[in-house]
Design a protein around this ligand. Structure first.
Ligand SMILES: Nc1ncnc2c1ncn2[C@@H]1O[C@H](COP(=O)(O)OP(=O)(O)OP(=O)(O)O)[C@@H](O)[C@H]1O
Ligand SMILES: [Mg+2]
Length: 444
């Protein structure tokens, strides 16, 4: 063919842009099986959307497949990765752990391409947060070179797919030090439930295989035998009319947005919809070029399904900060509800004679008592509210977010604090009263 694709990189290159099989064999044994499987469809479309970032000026970001073990998450990454390369033990997949050591090199190596990051569980919350942030930020750290001069930070632009048993947000919160995912991060790394809801893990359509297990094993094997040709075929056709790329992609994307965004959605939802729209465009263009062996509309359908599942999981169209506020309070109560809230009334432990047992509360955060409906409400003292429960957030905003969901019992005149008589205080004390529903399921 006489064409060359240049991998720009300094230093030793350990890349997986290898090839095996043909576009046709890859279509038959790998890509065709994504039809009717929204997660596989999305993953493969993402592979082709990556080179569209540059011509459309779109921002980097990724999708994280979250779900239980042996549901097919890694398999989906293998399928998508096979559009770009493979071989070796892991195919085109990198692990989160390996990436935390050499993030900048790995990211630069995948510039304008797809990066598959498996197993977020292998890194700690802090590393995961930093990796995700840097990847989406398209830039590494500036460092001093050997002779002390400032070296230019590595830069990249890419789309990534990730997998893990928990979400990035939960991963970041895992170390218990109150770290939280920023709304900006959440928009860039879209969390998708791996389970597609058909009782088949990440799959919905097994294409005649006797079980999801057998289907997964086939896909893993096939993507290890046919890989690395599809992106080359895609690029050959894409660059033929470079000027047409941006308007075509934008057309697909905007159509996706207008058809899938619910009324009243906030800016964060719109940004995520735009990312899904870009991915749909990648899949549709690869289909139009004959690289993906799908019917027109298949990629869009897969993206639309994953987007609506994401929206459902997100719990609505209001800003992420509000939902984050609610979950921070819920986490605090889950963690400390028993140990740091002094029981009142019938919650007080009593001995056989009915006398209260003096249970020492270390580092008291507040009180808990029975509400009229028999649930338990939590009364948080103002300093703890501001300093601990709402650490890193605006305390008033948090209280308002809770109040609007009836998770905070307002005081007289709709005040966010309530004057309450508490044991050990000579006069009534202002506190935040968290209702018992905070630990319920309907907390969106
Ligand atoms: N949807 C599924 N239903 C049943 N079994 C499956 C499914 N997906 C995968 N498996 C089985 O699990 C094995 C591992 O698949 P895969 O690596 O994709 O899972 P995973 O979701 O990444 O799991 P883990 O969280 O353990 O990494 C497959 O080889 C197959 O045997
Ligand atoms: Mg896995």
């Amino acid at each position: 063919m006489g064409e060359h694709y240049i991998l720009q990189h300094t230093g030793a290159i350990d890349h997986a842009y290898r090839q095996r099989g043909t576009v046709e064999s890859w279509q038959e044994h790998v890509a065709l099986y994504a039809v009717g499987n929204s997660r596989l469809g999305l993953a493969l479309s993402t592979a082709f959307a990556a080179p569209l970032l540059y011509p459309t000026g779109s921002e980097s970001g990724g999708f994280h497949f979250r779900g239980g073990s042996s549901t097919g998450k890694t398999t989906a990454l293998h399928v998508a990765g096979s559009a770009w390369g493979g071989g070796g033990i892991r195919g085109f997949i990198r692990t989160w752990r390996a990436t935390s050591n050499g993030l900048e090199g790995v990211a630069a190596l995948h510039c304008d391409a797809l990066l598959c990051l498996d197993e977020i569980g292998q890194v700690d919350g802090r590393d995961a947060g930093q990796i995700a942030y840097m990847l989406a930020n398209e830039q590494g750290k500036t460092r001093a070179g050997r002779s002390g001069e400032t070296r230019r930070a590595a830069e990249w632009r890419l789309l990534f797919l990730s997998s893990g048993e928990i979400s990035l947000a939960d991963k970041i919160a895992e170390d218990g030090r109150g770290r939280r995912i920023a709304a900006g991060q959440e928009v860039r790394i879209v969390d998708i439930a791996a389970d597609a809801g058909a009782g088949l893990g990440i799959f919905e359509n097994l294409h005649g295989f006797p079980s999801a297990d057998a289907f997964a094993r086939h896909l893993k094997m096939a993507s290890g035998e046919h890989y690395g040709e599809a992106w080359r075929a895609f690029m050959r056709l894409l660059v033929k009319d470079f000027d047409a790329i941006a308007p075509t992609v934008t057309g697909y994307r905007d159509e996706f947005i207008s058809e899938n965004i619910p009324a009243g959605a906030d800016g964060q939802v719109s940004r995520v919809a735009a990312r899904f729209g870009l991915v749909a465009a990648g899949g549709e263009m690869a289909t139009a070029f004959g690289v993906l062996p799908w019917q027109p509309g298949e990629a869009t359908k897969a993206a639309a399904r994953c987007f609506s599942d994401w929206l459902l999981l997100r719990g609505g169209v209001e800003p992420a900060e509000e939902r984050e506020a609610v979950s921070a309070v819920r986490r605090f109560i889950e963690l400390h509800g028993n140990s740091r809230f002094e029981p009142m009334g019938d919650l007080i432990h009593r001995d056989g004679m009915g006398s209260p047992i003096d249970v020492r509360i270390q580092n008291r955060a507040g009180f808990r008592r029975r509400d009229d409906a028999g649930g338990i409400e939590y009364l948080v003292l103002p300093e703890v509210w501001r300093g601990e429960v709402c650490a890193g957030m605006d305390a008033v905003t948090v209280a308002k977010a809770l109040a609007s969901r009836n998770l905070l019992a307002a005081g007289e005149g709709n005040k966010l604090q309530k004057n309450t008589r508490l044991p050990g205080f000579s006069s009534s004390v202002r506190c935040y009263v968290i209702t018992s529903s905070i630990l319920g399921d309907d907390h969106a």
